[in-house]
Design a binder for this molecule. Structure first.
Ligand SMILES: C[S@@+](CC[C@H](N)C(=O)[O-])C[C@H]1O[C@@H](n2cnc3c(N)ncnc32)[C@H](O)[C@@H]1O
Length: 226
């Protein structure tokens, strides 16, 4: 385990695992991240046997790579199809729960050594809040950022003291509208965990319109504020 992570790294952009049959996306535009990203950070921050958690498990990349490399995978996923499909591909499938990750402390998860995740992204101009499955009573970007902070506050209670958390994010450009997601979510998480570093990942063989991405590193150093 080597914690000295450079600020700029290069990794291959390749989605190695085939998409499940119910997902109709073009692989290049999936919300799944490449396995190389998870492999890189697991090698840096964990050892065999460690408990690795993904609160937004999605198509299971964190969990699959964790299992393949001898770590113990845990996670939560709100989408039932995705949760069932990921569980069906895992040996340690009981560590993945279907449901709202804001309720992670209602589950009997053990304390986690490490977290690697990518939350659902939201543009500022959008109304539907992906953290509440678009519930109109919880619409809007402010509600989204507030809920994100709450979720990471819950996470700070699930992760071991001084454990590390990697959050994968992108700032979003849509026509004339720019959403500084990396900054806004980064600031929200910084009220409950200690920000340690921004790592820029340059994609090798990536799309022309997606040359790099951001990973934020936090330490669960017990800095929760009201
Ligand atoms: C960006 S994707 C994660 C992709 C994942 N890193 C991968 O490689 O497959 C975010 C996921 O969060 C899920 N999600 C959204 N809101 C949620 C919530 N409140 N609780 C749990 N999962 C949620 C979405 O269904 C989506 O699958």
């Amino acid at each position: 385990m080597n914690k000295k992570t450079p600020s700029l790294i290069t990794l291959p952009f390749k989605l190695e695992r085939e998409a499940p049959p119910f997902e109709t996306y073009d692989e290049q535009y999936s919300d799944k991240y490449p396995e190389s990203l998870v492999r890189y950070f697991l090698k840096k921050y964990t050892k065999k046997g460690d408990y690795v958690f993904d609160p937004f498990a999605g198509l299971g990349t964190t969990l699959f790579v964790s299992e393949e490399t001898g770590r113990i995978p845990y996670g939560m996923e709100a989408d039932q199809n995705r949760a069932e499909w990921v569980a069906s591909q895992l040996e340690n499938w009981t560590g993945l729960r279907h449901g709202d990750t804001a309720k992670m402390l209602h589950h009997d998860f053990p304390k986690m050594d490490f977290v690697m995740t990518s939350p659902p992204f939201m543009h500022k101009h959008m109304k539907a809040n992906p953290l509440y499955s678009g519930d109109p009573k919880k619409s809007g970007y402010n509600n989204y950022i507030k809920r994100m902070r709450y979720i990471f506050e819950q996470l700070s209670k699930l992760v071991k003291r001084n454990g590390y958390i990697i959050v994968h994010l992108d700032n979003l450009q849509h026509k004339q509208s720019f959403t500084p997601l990396v900054w806004d979510i980064g600031s929200a998480i910084s009220t409950v965990m200690k920000p340690e570093k921004e790592i820029i990942v340059v994609w090798k063989n990536g799309r022309d319109d997606y040359p790099y991405t951001h990973c934020l590193l936090f330490k669960n150093a017990g800095i929760r504020k009201k």
